[in-house]
Write a protein that binds this ligand. Structure first.
Ligand code: FO1
Length: 466
């Protein structure tokens, strides 16, 4: 068990399993700084509530700081526009709560250390993110700062490190561990953020969001996503409309991309504009246990499994991270003749021989999202039509992170590793190219949903229906 900051009474409202001490020490005077990254919201945010409790116990002001990192894992304008719009709402909401919101730009670890030299905080809190780049940011900053640095898992219902201390094989091994602990965490929501005492410690004017977006120089090349409204308020509205209309048909319709039965919450969950815990609590409150079961499996088990995968598998974005049986079988079939081979550009331009695959790709480019069932088919075909599994991983990650609004996320890396390398899956009957990796094909899709309708709906210029 990690030791906690000196006055542990301050965390009386929070399960200590949620906190990881990145730098020991007793809190000194000076503002408390919450370095926000993954959980970009005010409500239901354990890291923010905890940071406020530290500030209140020391009678200090509270700063929330967000470091804008240019070309973050291949993000383009569409993702930055969505995120910054959410941050703009966040800034004004925090301002009304007397909490400063500061945007830094550049190398986050350096910027946060430079900012700390200026405002001399008494303690720093961050949220939790298992991605390599984020761990590096936090560990580098913690090494250079001389104040207590506390990481709070505000993203997972059961803190990632508390669910399991090791890499899990699949849903079937992590599910019992979640079931055992969920009772301690599910409805234990963080206290609401209060209006902070003292005068407003931030700048007079909000950040110049347009200038910040331009300074990022993100590739403007892909259309912005219009139909998904960014921000905490829109996220809550999306949750209510899903619970009112979508939850009841979620289970049987979730594998039919023609039905709009998905929750549509993944961009909001990815940017932390809504808490998975809030989604789960509201879903359970609806009381329809059968309908909720399938959705909660995705929301809780699959997401905790993805964070577990990225935290404990350093090669989560490469074939080196595949299980041994998968690496072996893919090697055995490395020399198999590929019926089709496409370059990344051909995949990106949706120029394969397969209209179904092309429709899914074109839909993702246009709208920044792809139906969960089609993401599996999409990934499997990239394996089948690439020279090597390495090339398939690179292509799938590149396209997913460039076009999906919820790209650059543990869910994405775990999903692609499942498609290409059998991660969290088991061996299947052996076949060409795939070896024992699970195979998917057009016929399989056609047995689940109206493929022609899906293609017509997503292929520019094709008459709908038919
Ligand atoms: N997190 C940051 O702390 N700073 C950024 O500039 C930043 C940009 C960004 C762009 C696209 C995107 O999908 C995510 C981005 N994130 C950024 C991280 C994001 O908040 C999530 O924490 C991770 O991607 C999910 O683990």
């Amino acid at each position: 068990m990690l030791s906690l900051p000196a006055r542990s009474d301050r965390i009386s409202f929070m399960n200590p399993a949620r906190v990881t001490v990145l730098k020991e020490g007793a809190q000194t005077t000076g503002p408390v700084l919450y370095w926000m990254s993954r959980d970009q919201r005010v409500a239901d945010n354990w890291a923010l509530s905890y940071a406020q409790s530290l500030a209140l116990s020391a009678g200090s002001p509270l700063f929330v700081v967000f470091c804008l990192s240019p070309n973050f894992l291949g993000a383009a304008a569409r993702q930055y526009e969505f995120m910054l719009a959410g941050l703009a709402q966040l800034e004004s909401r925090l301002r009304r709560l007397n909490i400063a919101f500061k945007v830094l730009a550049g190398n986050p670890a350096e910027e946060i250390v430079r900012f700390a030299k200026r405002i001399k905080p008494g303690a720093i809190v961050s949220d939790f993110d298992p991605l390599r780049i984020k761990m590096e940011w936090r560990f580098e900053a913690a090494a250079r700062l001389k104040i207590p640095f506390l990481e709070v898992d505000a993203h997972n219902i059961i803190p990632c490190r508390a669910v399991s201390g090791k890499l899990e094989y699949g849903a079937y091994t992590i599910r019992p561990k979640i079931k055992k602990r969920i009772g301690d965490f599910l409805d234990d929501l963080p206290p609401a953020v209060k209006k902070h005492p003292g005068e407003y410690p931030g700048e007079k004017n909000p950040p110049d969001w347009r200038r910040l977006l331009k300074s990022l120089g993100a590739a403007p090349s892909i259309p912005a996503v219009k139909e998904i409204v960014p921000g905490e308020k829109a996220a809550r509205a999306a949750l209510s409309s899903f619970l009112d209309q979508g939850l009841s048909k979620y289970d049987e319709a979730r594998n039919d991309p023609n039905e709009d039965a998905q929750s549509g919450l993944s961009p909001y969950l990815h940017f932390g504009q809504i808490s998975a815990q809030r989604v789960a609590v509201e879903t359970v409150r609806r009381g329809d246990a059968a309908a909720a079961a399938a959705f909660l499996e995705e929301l809780i088990v699959r997401r905790e499994l993805a964070d577990n995968f990225c935290l404990y598998n350093p090669f989560y974005d490469s074939p080196r991270g595949f299980p041994a049986w998968a690496r072996e079988t893919l090697n055995d079939h490395l020399k198999d003749a590929r019926e089709y081979i496409y370059t990344t550009e051909e995949f990106e331009g949706a120029r394969t021989h397969d209209e179904l695959w092309n429709a899914a790709q074109a839909g993702m480019v246009a709208a920044g999202r792809m139906h969960g069932y089609m993401r599996m088919y999409w990934g499997k075909k990239i394996l089948e039509w690439s020279e090597t599994p390495e090339q398939a991983m690179r292509t799938a990650i590149y396209l997913n992170d460039k076009y999906e609004l919820d790209g650059r996320d543990p869910n994405g890396y775990a999903g692609i590793a499942w498609c290409v390398g059998g991660v969290h899956d088991r061996p299947w009957p052996e076949r060409k190219v795939f070896g024992k990796i699970r195979f998917m094909n057009w016929k399989g899709c056609a047995s689940k949903f109206d493929v022609e309708k899906y293609i017509a709906g997503l292929t520019p210029g094709r008459a709908r229906g038919g």
